[in-house]
Structure formats: structure tokens, C-alpha cells
Design a protein around this ligand. Sequence first.
Ligand SMILES: [Ca+2]
Ligand SMILES: [Ca+2]
Length: 235
Amino acid sequence: MAEENVYANVAALSTEQNEGLKDLRVPQKRSKVTVERVALVVLSVLLLAALPALVGVSVRRSCEDESGPMEKTTTAPVVQTCLNRTKLCGVNWIQEGFRCYYLSTTRTHVSWSTGRATCRDMGGDLVKIDSREEQAFLFQTLSVEDEWFWIGLTDSKAEGDWTWTDGSSLNQNLTFWTKERDDWNGSNDKYPEGEDCVLILPVKGKTVEKCWADLYCGLRYRFVCEKEATCNTTA
Ligand SMILES: [Ca+2]
Ligand SMILES: [Ca+2]
């Protein structure tokens, strides 16, 4: 009888223990699954968070790849390296294609050399007219001002040897003189040096084909600067 009770108790105990173990096992299974789920969720969140950064790096790389070779190619048009820039000339400059033009203000009337120095201080030089299109653009743009403007053409080094400020000689097929150059010395030899600097006269009575004149370089007029459009220009 006593032995039976002992067995019965043992049996009961083992059943309780088993059930207890079962109880223990179930939560263990649950917590394992939960930990895995949490880990998965955390990983997903981390991936999502990292996604914009990864995409950004990839976009930057592709931009660098695009701009890199172009910047090395000197013949590539300037604007191609400036695709994301909105200002290619800077404030107070007029943009036409890849070129920038600056008109001195209505209050600024100076000698040819002072005008040139001002242009150079701003990263340009007095305008050089390279084509009929550029001549037409200038004539039209300046005509609203109704004034005379110095351009970057001079024969101050050798009389009759007209040279642009970049050192190149004047193309005789691309001239727009309003009259013959006479290197006039002025009345009573007022200008002993003669007339060695060129003005564009985009005013009433002149035409786009005939609007250049040589004058004494020390006279005071407005002036036009020109420079190349660049990526580095800041407002
Ligand atoms: Ca030019
Ligand atoms: Ca002259």
C-alpha cells in the first residue's frame, strides 16, 4: 500500500514535472520565434534607413562619372560642365551662348585703358568681336543705350595694325568700320598720339555693318567687357 502510494506520487510528480517542462518549453519556443521576428524587423528598419544614403552615394557617383571626363576635355562646351548651375556669368553680366558681356553703367565713362583694366579686374577683357552674329548681338543689345562703347580693338602698338586685346590680328573680312580710319590728331594737334582705340557706335544713323570708329584712347566713353561663361562664377 505504502509502496503503491509512493509510485502513485512519483507518477503524479513525474506527470506534473513533465507538464511543468511542457509549460517551460512552450514559452521558450514562443520567445525564440519572437526574438527572430524582432531581429528581422530591426534589420528591415536598418536597411530602410540606410537606403536613401546608399541611393545618394550611387547618384553622386554617377554624376561624378558623368562630369569627370567632360571636365578633362578642354574642347567641351563650358555649359556642359555646368548642367546643374543656373548662373554661368554672375550678376550684372548678360549671357549669350557661352559668352558673358558686361556694359559699364551710364555713369561710367572712362578712357580705353581704364575700361580695359576694369574688365580685367572682373575676370574678362574688353569685348572681342569674333563673328557677324556677335556683332549683331552687340549692336542690338547696345542700341537701346544710345551711347558709344569702347571695344577691345587697338592699333596703339603699330599704326594701322589693328589687334584685339587677346593679341590676335583683326580679320579683314570681319570689320564694321563706319568710315576710313584716319588716325586724326585732332584740331590743333590736340591728340598727338592719333586715334588708336575703337568704339562701337550703336546709335541712330549707324547700321550693324558700319558702326566702328577709331578715336583718341584717352577720351571717356562707356565700355563693353566680355568673358567666357564658367561653372565657378558666383553671384
Ligand atoms: Ca567675342
Ligand atoms: Ca591709329
